[in-house]
Design a protein around this ligand. Structure first.
Ligand SMILES: NC(=O)c1ccc[n+]([C@@H]2O[C@H](COP(=O)([O-])OP(=O)(O)OC[C@H]3O[C@@H](n4cnc5c(N)ncnc54)[C@H](OP(=O)(O)O)[C@@H]3O)[C@@H](O)[C@H]2O)c1
Length: 316
């Protein structure tokens, strides 16, 4: 599978990474019931198809996703798979989640992640969401310390804007940013993506399928009652119908290219200047296979122009 360098001096990551939010199973922000066997099959199939990196987080299933990742990777050599995880969303014994990037909390979190992931080091450690209560300089300084101690190889952030990226970069380089990015969520194009490109900060884009909607296979009716997507603005009007309409407009392009809508949506994200890799969620081996094959899709300048004309008419 095609690879790109992560940031200025990072490793080669495949242009598609596997996301593991949904495979965490049920919690307040879960995606409904999920069988661990299916999750393990999704992870192994992704690796089989050539994907070389996995994105996870402690909070996905309140520890469960990291444990499932560890189970799926039994039998693999540690250096074969690049593991990214995060810190900054912590939960109490009633499962209530709060933001916390205090250095002491980050230190507790890395030890817990290493234990759950059954490893001595994490490849990419990321702040998950900004924490207004802790100066980012303190939260970033401890990441540098963890890197020096060898507990993490690279350090990055998620969901940060340019001012926060600048404050971190003043202390130590930011290897990567993980922002939301899809055909229907393009906020980063104005400022964040150009900034990262200019400063050689890797961009690993999340939710490229807009949590499944851009596959054309996911509908409100299909969701389990406890699926967090019921709370998503994209599953409410007017966005929901607008995206459905766009999907129907994209369908002929996918058919002409003999690819699926999911593959078209992923290929579009990784075709954008400044994007290193797209993190795509998969809940079973079949989804994993379909999504990984998107790495082979070539969108021509004419394809991109046609898609962009449709997107120009789309009102998010
Ligand atoms: N840093 C952050 O704050 C943050 C936030 C969000 C996500 N992320 C990361 O990014 C990853 C990807 O984002 P995401 O999981 O939110 O959304 P996504 O990749 O846009 O969509 C994934 C979901 O779409 C459905 N799907 C996937 N492939 C499909 C296919 N081929 N056909 C039909 N349906 C398919 C699956 O759900 P169903 O089958 O249930 O529909 C799957 O869980 C996450 O897993 C996580 O690792 C990070």
């Amino acid at each position: 599978m095609k690879t790109r360098q992560l940031g200025k001096d990072g490793p080669q990551l495949t242009i598609i990474g596997l996301g593991t939010w949904a495979i965490g199973g049920p919690w307040d922000w879960g995606w409904g019931p999920q069988k661990d066997e299916d999750s393990i099959a999704a992870i192994r199939e992704s690796l089989e198809q050539g994907i070389n990196w996995i994105d996870t987080a402690p909070v996905y299933g309140l520890g469960h996703a990291e444990e499932v990742v560890a189970r799926a990777l039994e039998g693999y050599k540690r250096e074969e798979v690049f593991i990214a995880t995060k810190c900054g969303l912590v939960w109490d014994d009633r499962g209530r989640v709060d933001r916390n990037l205090h250095p002491e909390s980050i230190r507790r979190e890395i030890e817990a992640s290493l234990k759950r992931l059954k490893t001595d080091y994490v490849d990419l450690y990321q702040h998950h969401w900004p924490d207004q209560k802790t100066p980012v300089e303190e939260s970033w300084a401890v990441m540098v310390r963890l890197q020096e101690e060898g507990k993490v190889r690279y350090i990055g952030v998620c969901n940060y804007d340019v001012p926060l990226l600048k404050r971190c970069s003043a202390i130590a380089p930011v290897q990567s940013l993980q922002p939301p990015y899809s055909m229907v969520k393009r906020d980063i194009e104005k400022e964040i993506l150009p900034y990262c490109h200019e400063h050689q900060i890797g961009v690993v884009a999340y939710s490229p399928l807009q949590t499944g909607l851009l596959t054309g296979k996911v509908s409100k009716e299909r969701l389990a009652p406890d699926d967090w997507r019921h709370k998503s603005e994209f599953f409410k009007e007017p966005k929901y119908s607008r995206v459905q309409k766009l999907v129907e407009q994209l369908r002929p392009i996918a058919e002409r290219k003999n690819i699926t809508l999911a593959q078209l949506a992923i290929a579009w994200v990784v075709s954008q200047t400044g994007v290193t890799s797209a993190i795509v969620g998969a809940r079973n081996a079949q989804q994993a296979r379909e999504n990984a094959a998107a790495a082979e899709v070539e969108l021509t300048p004419a394809d991109l122009q046609e898609i962009d004309a449709l997107l120009a008419d789309f009102r998010p």
